[in-house]
Ligand binder design. Structure first.
Ligand SMILES: Cc1ncc(C[n+]2csc(CCOP(=O)(O)OP(=O)(O)O)c2C)c(N)n1
Length: 684
C-alpha cells in the first residue's frame, strides 16, 4: 500500500504543475521564450522522480517539468530558466525551459540536455556504460546510495522520439553490455501533429521486444499509484540486476505541444475530449478522497500551491537578466596543459613511426589512468585497429578497457558525453574520416554544446581518433579530409600531427584536456611509406613529454629575408612543402600548424609579417575550406605587411578522391603544384 503522505506530496506537486501551466498561459507576453509543460504527464513523471537517489542519473526531456518538481527543484528555479534569467541554475539563461543539467548534492545528476528528440538516448546510455565500468574496476568514483545502493540511470523521452535511428544504437549497446538504464517512454500518441498511426507500426514496448535482454512493461502513466508502484519495482530491479528496462507509459497530452505550437491548430475537439478523460489530476484527487483525505485538505493544498506559484513567478519576473559580457564564458573548460614539457628527444631514444607513437601514447595513458578506456570498431583484441594503431592494448589492459564496438559511429562518439560525466575518460576511434558523418550529429548536437550550455558543469573529456587523408589509391570512401567540416563546429578542438613526436605529445595533451578533442591521424604518414615522408618518423619522446594544443612549429626556416615566402600547412602538406622547398634553398619557411583549433595565430601572423608572402597549403578540396578561411584572416591581419596576395593551394574541387592513382594524383596537391604556387608568390 502506498503511504498517504506520498499521495499528498504528489497531489501538491501536481497542483503546482497545473498552476504553473496556467500561469504561463495567462502571462504569454512575459513568458516569451518557447516552452512545453507537463500537463497530462504529471503522474508518471512524479512517480519516477520519487524513486531516485542522489547517486542516480536522470535525463529528462523537455516535457519533464513535473519530474523536475518531483526531484525537488522549486518552481522559482524552473521559472528562472523559463524566462532565461541570469540566475537560472541550469544554463544561466542559455537554454529553453525544462532543459536542466545539474551536478550537486542531494539530487540525481542530470547531464546537459539537447532539444533534439531521441538524441539524448546515446549520451545517457553512455552514463550507464560509465557506471558499469567504474563498478567493474571497483572505483571510488562510483557514488552509491545511503545503504550502499548501486546507481541507476533514467532516460526519459516521448513516444515519437523512439523512431530516431540513434535510439536503436543505444538499445543495442545497452542490451549487449547489460547496462543499468531505464528508458521511460511517455506515450501521448502525438509527435507534434504526427499521430502514432501515421508514424509507426509498433509502440516502444513492442519495439523493445527486438532487443533481447531488455526488460519491459506497459503502464498507465496517468494513474499515479500504478505508476509509482511500477517505477518502484523497475528501479529496484535495475538497481539490483544491472540490466536495461523499458517502461512504456500511456499518458494524455492536455496542454499545447509547446507555447508556440498550439493544440487548437491541429487537434480536434474529440481528440482533446478523449485525452481529458485520462487527466491524472482528477484521478489522483479521487484516489485521495477514497483514502479518506478530506476534500477541504485537498482544496487547501491546491490553493497553497497556486499561491506559491504566483509568488515565485513574480519573483522570477523581477530576477536580473544575464550580463551580455558573459556570453563568451564556458565555450571550453580550461586545460592545465599550456606549456610544452618533458623530453621530446631523449638521449638514446629510438626512432618510431607515427602509428606507433599514437599507440605508445595511449599505452602510457592507460598505464597511468585507470579511468581511461578505448573503444571503436576493430580496436579490441584480435586486430587492434585496421591500422594496428591499437595493437596489443586489449591484451595488456583487458577487454573491459579496450574493446570492439558494433558499427555505430553515433554511439561511439555520443556515448563519451555520458562516460565523461561519470568520471571515465574515453578515447574512441572512428575507423575512417569518411565514416565520421553518422557520428557527426552527436558531436554537434551533444558534445560540442555541453560545456557552454551547462555553463561549465559538463565539459566532455574525450579523445576521438580519426584516421584521415589520401594516399596510394585509397579510393573515394577511405581518403576523405574532414577538417573544414569539423572546424565549423564550435566547442571542439582539432589536432592534426604530422610526425611521431608531435603525435605522442599531442595525444597526451588531448587526453588531459577536459574538452572534446578530435585527433586527425594521416594514414599516409602512419608508417612513412609515402616517398618523402621519412621525417614523420622521429625519436620517441619520453613518457613525460606533452605538447599543448595550439602550438605551431617552424619546420624549416628561410634564410633569404629579402625574397622568401612562408608556407602555412599541416599533415601531408608539410611534406609537399618540404620537397618543393628543396628546389628553392633559403627561400621557403614552413609552418606546421599541428593543431587546427585552437590555432597558433601568433606564429602564423608573425611569420607572414616577417616574410610578406604566404601560401596556405591543404590536402582538402580548396573551395570554402579551412585553408581559404585562414588565408582570409591572414590577409586582413597582415595586410600592411603583404607583398603579394595570400596564395592558397588545395585539392581540386571534386566531391570525392577518385581511386585510380593517376586520378588521385591529379586531384591532390604535390611537389610540382606547390613549387609552381611558391614561384608565383616569389615572382611578385
Ligand atoms: C531531431 C529532432 N527533430 C525534430 C524536432 C522537432 N520536434 C520537437 S518536439 C517533436 C515531437 C516529439 O514528440 P514526442 O517525442 O512524442 O514528445 P512529446 O512532445 O509528444 O511529448 C519534434 C518533431 C526535434 N526537436 N529534434
Amino acid at each position: 500500500m502506498i503511504h498517504p503522505d506520498i499521495l499528498l506530496k504528489a497531489w501538491r506537486l501536481m497542483c503546482t504543475a497545473q498552476s504553473m501551466a496556467a500561469t504561463y498561459e495567462s502571462n504569454r507576453p512575459v513568458c516569451k521564450y518557447v516552452h512545453s509543460t507537463s500537463r497530462g504527464h504529471e503522474a508518471i513523471q512524479l512517480a519516477t522522480a520519487f524513486q531516485l537517489l542522489p547517486c542516480d542519473y536522470v535525463s529528462p526531456y523537455y516535457r519533464d517539468e513535473s519530474l523536475l518538481l518531483g526531484l525537488g527543484f522549486t518552481p522559482y528555479q524552473l521559472m528562472l530558466q523559463l524566462l532565461a534569467k541570469a540566475d537560472d541554475i541550469f544554463t544561466g539563461g542559455r537554454e529553453y525551459y525544462a532543459h536542466p543539467n545539474y551536478r550537486g548534492a542531494g539530487k540525481p545528476t542530470i547531464i546537459h540536455q539537447s532539444s533534439a528528440t531521441g538524441m539524448q538516448v546515446i549520451p545517457t546510455t553512455g552514463i550507464a556504460q560509465g557506471l558499469q565500468y567504474l563498478h567493474t574496476i571497483n572505483s571510488e568514483k562510483l557514488r552509491k546510495g545511503p545503504t550502499g545502493e548501486l546507481p541507476v540511470v533514467v532516460c526519459s523521452l516521448g513516444d515519437a522520439s523512439i523512431t530516431e535511428g540513434e535510439v536503436s544504437e543505444a538499445f543495442q549497446f545497452a542490451v549487449l553490455k547489460k547496462l543499468p538504464v531505464i528508458y521511460l517512454v511517455q506515450d501521448n500518441n502525438w509527435g507534434i501533429s504526427v499521430s502514432a498511426e501515421e508514424a509507426r507500426v509498433m509502440d516502444a514496448y513492442d519495439y523493445a521486444a527486438g532487443f533481447p535482454g531488455m526488460e519491459r512493461v506497459r503502464i498507465d502513466g496517468s494513474n499515479f499509484e500504478e505508476s509509482y508502484n511500477s517505477m518502484r519495482r523497475v528501479v529496484q530491479y535495475v538497481r539490483q540486476h544491472r540490466t536495461p528496462y523499458l517502461v512504456q507509459a500511456k499518458v494524455p497530452l492536455l496542454n499545447h505541444h509547446t507555447s508556440g505550437v498550439r493544440k487548437e491548430f491541429y487537434r480536434s475537439e474529440a481528440d482533446l475530449a478523449q485525452h481529458a478523460i485520462d487527466d491524472p489530476h482528477p484521478k489522483l484527487r479521487q484516489r485521495l478522497l477514497s483514502a479518506g483525505i478530506p476534500e477541504q485538505q485537498l482544496q487547501q493544498i491546491e490553493q497553497e500551491a497556486a499561491e506559491a506559484v504566483a509568488q515565485q513567478f513574480q519573483q522570477a519576473v523581477q530576477a536580473p537578466e544575464p550580463d551580455a559580457a558573459t556570453v563568451l564564458h564556458h565555450v571550453f573548460a580550461p586545460t592545465h596543459i599550456t606549456e610544452e614539457k618533458g623530453r621530446r628527444t631523449p638521449p638514446n631514444g629510438e626512432k618510431i613511426i607515427m602509428v606507433d607513437a599514437a599507440l605508445y601514447a595511449i599505452r602510457e595513458i592507460m598505464e597511468e589512468y585507470p579511468e581511461a578506456v578505448l573503444y571503436g570498431q576493430d580496436v579490441g583484441r584480435r586486430l587492434g585497429g585496421v591500422f594496428r594503431e591499437a595493437a596489443t592494448l586489449a591484451e595488456q589492459f583487458g577487454d573491459h578497457r579496450v574493446f570492439n564496438t558494433a558499427i555505430q559511429e553515433a554511439y561511439i562518439i555520443g556515448s563519451t558525453a555520458g562516460m565523461s560525466a561519470t568520471g571515465v575518460k574515453p578515447i574512441v576511434e572512428v575507423q575512417f574520416a569518411d565514416y565520421i558523418y553518422p557520428g557527426f550529429n552527436q558531436l554537434v548536437t551533444e558534445l560540442s554544446k555541453s560545456c557552454y550550455l551547462s555553463v561549465g558543469k559538463f565539459p566532455i573529456q574525450t579523445v576521438i581518433r580519426v584516421p584521415v587523408g589520401a594516399y596510394g589509391g585509397g579510393g573515394p570512401y577511405h581518403s576523405g579530409s574532414v577538417e573544414t567540416t569539423l572546424l565549423s563546429i564550435k566547442g571542439i578542438k582539432v589536432a592534426y600531427p604530422s610526425n611521431a613526436a608531435d603525435m605522442k605529445g599531442l595525444m597526451k595533451a588531448a587526453f588531459l584536456d577536459p574538452n572534446p578533442v578530435v585527433m586527425l591521424e594521416h594514414k599516409g604518414l602512419y608508417w612513412s611509406k609515402v616517398p618523402g615522408t621519412e621525417d614523420a618518423k622521429t625519436i620517441e619522446p619520453a613518457r613525460d613529454y606533452v605538447l599543448p594544443l595550439g602550438k605551431a612549429r617552424v619546420v624549416k626556416a628561410a634564410s633569404d629575408r629579402l625574397n622568401a615566402c612562408c608556407v602555412i600547412t599541416y599533415g601531408m602538406g608539410v611534406y609537399w612543402a618540404l620537397s618543393a622547398a628543396n628546389y628553392l634553398p633559403g627561400q621557403v619557411e614552413i609552418i606546421d600548424l599541428r593543431t587546427l583549433f585552437p590555432l597558433d595565430e601568433a606564429l602564423v601572423f608573425d611569420t607572414v609579417k616577417k616574410l610578406g608572402k604566404c601560401l596556405v597549403l591543404t590536402e582538402e578540396q580548396q573551395n570554402n575550406s579551412f585553408a581559404e578561411a585562414l588565408a582570409g584572416r591572414i590577409s586582413k591581419t597582415c595586410f600592411q605587411w603583404l607583398d603579394a596576395p595570400v596564395e592558397i593551394l588545395g585539392a581540386l574541387n571534386v566531391p570525392a578522391i577518385p581511386m585510380n592513382i593517376h586520378l588521385e594524383q591529379a586531384v591532390l596537391p604535390d611537389r610540382t603544384k606547390v613549387l609552381t604556387a611558391i614561384k608565383t608568390l616569389l615572382a611578385y
